[in-house]
Design a protein around this ligand. Structure first.
Ligand SMILES: Nc1ncnc2c1ncn2[C@@H]1O[C@H](COP(=O)(O)OP(=O)(O)OP(=O)(O)O)[C@@H](O)[C@H]1O
Ligand SMILES: Nc1ccn([C@@H]2O[C@H](COP(=O)(O)O)[C@@H](O)[C@H]2O)c(=O)n1
Length: 670
């Protein structure tokens, strides 16, 4: 993992499309272990390939189990009938709880010498309750560092012959899963008594269903006790398909509910054995419209367009409940998610991590020992404006998240995937996005396929070519916001002259640029609380702007401010580097130009209309000087890039130029 890496997600407008889900992590790792413990061979299809399943595959291969890749996520596992060929081994299992706990139990009952270790976080995740239960059966397990936590040393032991064993069920359901899957190795009847209220019951359902597919029926008394009868042996089912991951489905379903939809996930549905499919029902309680088939689920936004807060016991969907926490950002009211104590012992302390990061995006959050309470964002904070005209107030200072800070993900795949949904509010930076490799290596690619970002029309070109005039007209036609990026450089030149900062003092100018408080109110611009007059439009100010604009640190300081203007329903912006640097993913890029002579004449007319004095010859000279500086500088030079359409307005009027841009957008609009 490289925590210095990040991914910037643009602000999202909508979600629509369909996703084929990767295989379920819970099922994949169970199937691999059960296939290894069986007699005979199993062809496993649609297996998840991710960090956690790779740890299980490596572990089994280290133990001498033959696993052969057949391509297309299919594997042939030759089982060892419960007797691992390698009797001495060291296993490194990363942060994969679904590999660590079940392998601990299976190896403790299999008569070899093994050490099991993982990453630092794995060594902070409790395993004492499982070890106690295994010791109750006579297993010889020692802690190599701290009591109750990995790493572990397992030695061959004389097993006790106990007919029953107890295990706590209220910390992690994986302890019970691990015991149940290992018990058939004993070859005699053993009953597991569960102490305390069993959490995450649906994961036990998966365990029982998988054991049944491998020939073992566990007798049960509700959630209190489970019996594996003497003579139970795992039998390879021949071929087995892994369902799509229901927890991974939750991000896409939530995207459909927040971003309009429909978003369809394929690979899970009514016939699923995974408890997290019930997430869809909980999302419906928030108002989402849900449809479900045997092998698919589809989500759309509520009929009234707005999600509603819920108060929910999440014991049945501990992983997918994290997605509800982020969906709560977009709901009316306060959402409370209860009975989630297990979040504290997962990949990270998820209650604390979730609370910390939700606060970063502006939510009001209360954190308890086993609950989290979230009050979402107002429409204004979400960038959803009632008034969609280009003249509406656009204040970039209202941005709720400093994109440079970003969302921390705590080496927790689910944190990274959940917070991608926050981009429906504003652009967002997700730190260490590669942690999704734990369960869904291609997550961000798939997410991008079903989400549509807030559209941007970027119009770049030389001075007085008509960019601003055309951009404003297009923005009005489409009801989009408008950003005159040149104004930011002009404002900086104005502020520098006001404060006596030299126009080549890069460090001081960059500092000034990041401190400037700018508000656009229709035609009026405010700088640091005071309105700015016509001097902003004069050539002296423009010349100063083009000098400060050549400085790298200045451009860097103004980058985030410009990106903050990208709000729903869309943005039209003009400048010199809108399409190349500031919005490289713009929906439409235009290079708008005209001959220098025509531009000087236009500027002359424009200044005259404002009552300002000018001479065409002087203006032509100024324009040429500015063109030279803007195109020759090393920082974001003005150029026509191959992905921008050329619009030469030398012989066109404004209406024709506007029509050209609108037609271009119509062809490209999502
Ligand atoms: N196609 C056109 N035909 C005639 N006049 C135009 C055309 N496009 C723009 N103009 C006029 O030219 C003048 C300069 O246009 P505008 O201020 O939009 O240019 P600009 O490219 O944004 O300039 P700058 O980069 O210096 O801000 C305005 O008075 C505008 O009405
Ligand atoms: N994206 C931009 C916009 C402007 N500049 C610089 O500012 C000067 C003034 O811009 P106008 O569009 O208001 O004329 C311009 O000459 C550029 O030097 C920029 O660099 N990048």
């Amino acid at each position: 993992m490289n925590p210095s890496e990040f991914i910037n997600l643009p602000p999202l407008l909508s979600a629509r499309g369909s996703v084929r889900l990767p295989g379920s992590k819970s099922i994949s790792n169970r199937v691999l272990l059960l296939a290894a413990l069986s007699g005979g061979t199993t062809i496993v299809r649609d297996l998840l390939r991710s960090d956690d399943t790779d740890r299980m595959l490596e572990g089994l291969q280290t133990l001498g189990v033959t696993v052969e890749s057949l391509g297309n996520n299919a594997y042939k596992v030759t089982g060892c009938g419960g007797d691992f060929p390698v009797k001495n081994a060291e296993l490194f299992l990363g942060n994969a709880g679904t590999a660590f706990r079940p392998l601990t139990a299976a190896l403790a009952l299999s008569g070899g010498s093994y050490t099991l270790s993982g990453v630092a976080r794995m060594h902070e995740r409790p395993i004492g309750d499982l070890v106690d239960a295994l010791r109750g059966l006579g297993a010889d397990i020692a802690y190599l560092a701290n009591d109750g936590f990995p790493p572990l040393q397992i030695k061959p032991a004389t097993l006790s012959g106990a007919a029953s064993v107890s295990v706590r069920g209220d910390v992690s359901s994986q302890f019970l899963t691990a015991l149940l899957m290992a018990l058939p190795l004993l070859g005699r009847t053993v009953t597991v008594e569960v102490i305390g209220e069993l959490i995450s019951k649906p994961y036990i359902e998966i365990t029982l269903a998988m054991m049944a597919r491998f020939g073992i029926v566990v007798l049960r008394d509700g959630w209190k006790s489970f019996t594996v009868a003497a003579g139970s042996r795992y039998v390879a089912p021949g071929e087995i398909y892994v369902e799509g991951d229901a927890s991974s489905a939750s991000y896409f379903l939530a995207a459909g509910a927040i971003g309009g939809g429909p978003v369809r996930v394929e690979g899970v549905g009514r016939g699923s054995i995974q408890g997290d499919v019930r997430f869809a029902g909980e999302l419906a309680k928030m108002g989402a419209q849900i449809e479900m088939g045997d092998n698919w689920i589809e989500a759309r936004a509520p009929v009234n367009g707005k999600l509603q807060a819920i108060d929910l016991d999440c014991n049945h969907i501990p992983d997918a409940a994290m997605t509800l926490a982020v969906a709560a950002l977009f709901a009316n009211g306060t959402t409370t998610l209860r009975n989630i104590a297990s979040w504290r012992v997962k990949e990270t302390d998820r209650i604390h991590a979730m609370a910390t990061e939700l606060r970063k995006v502006g939510a009001l959050v209360e954190e308890g020992a086993d609950y989290i309470r979230i009050t979402g964002l107002s429409s204004e904070e979400l960038g959803v404006s009632e008034n969609r005209s280009a003249a509406s107030i656009l204040n970039p200072q209202s941005s709720i998240l400093n994109p440079a800070a970003g969302i921390d993900t705590y080496d927790d795949h689910r944190m990274a995937m959940c917070f991608s949904l926050a981009a429906f509010g504003n652009a967002i930076r997700i730190n260490d996005p590669r942690c999704v490799a734990k369960t869904f290596p291609d997550y961000f690619t798939e997410f991008a396929k079903v989400t549509q970002s807030v559209p941007v029309i970027a119009i770049d070109g030389p001075s007085a070519s008509g960019k601003g005039t055309v951009a404003q007209r297009v923005a009005n036609e489409l009801g989009f916001h408008y950003l005159d990026s040149g104004a930011l450089y002009r404002l900086l030149a104005t502020a520098a002259m006001r404060d006596g900062v030299a126009l080549d003092d890069e460090v001081a100018l960059a500092g000034l640029a990041s401190r400037m408080d700018i508000v656009f109110k229709g035609e009026q611009i405010w700088l640091d609380g005071a309105p700015v007059g016509d001097e902003l439009r004069g050539e002296a100010c423009a010349a100063g702007a083009s000098k400060v604009a050549a400085l790298h640190q200045v451009r860097a300081a103004l980058l985030a401010k410009q990106r903050d203007f990208r709000k729903a329903p869309g943005l039209v912006t003009d400048g010199r580097d809108m399409g190349s640097v500031v919005f490289p993913d713009a929906t439409l890029k235009i290079f708008l130009t005209a001959s220098a002579q025509i531009r000087a004449e236009r500027r002359y007319k424009q200044l005259k209309e404002k009552g300002m004095d000018a001479k065409i010859a002087d203006l032509l000279q100024d324009i040429r000087a500015r063109d030279e500086r803007d195109t020759q500088r090393s920082a974001a030079p003005l150029q026509q890039y191959p992905d921008a359409s050329l619009l030469d307005t030398t012989t066109l009027d404004v209406d024709q130029a506007v029509k050209f841009v609108l037609n271009g957008y119509q062809c490209k609009a999502p």
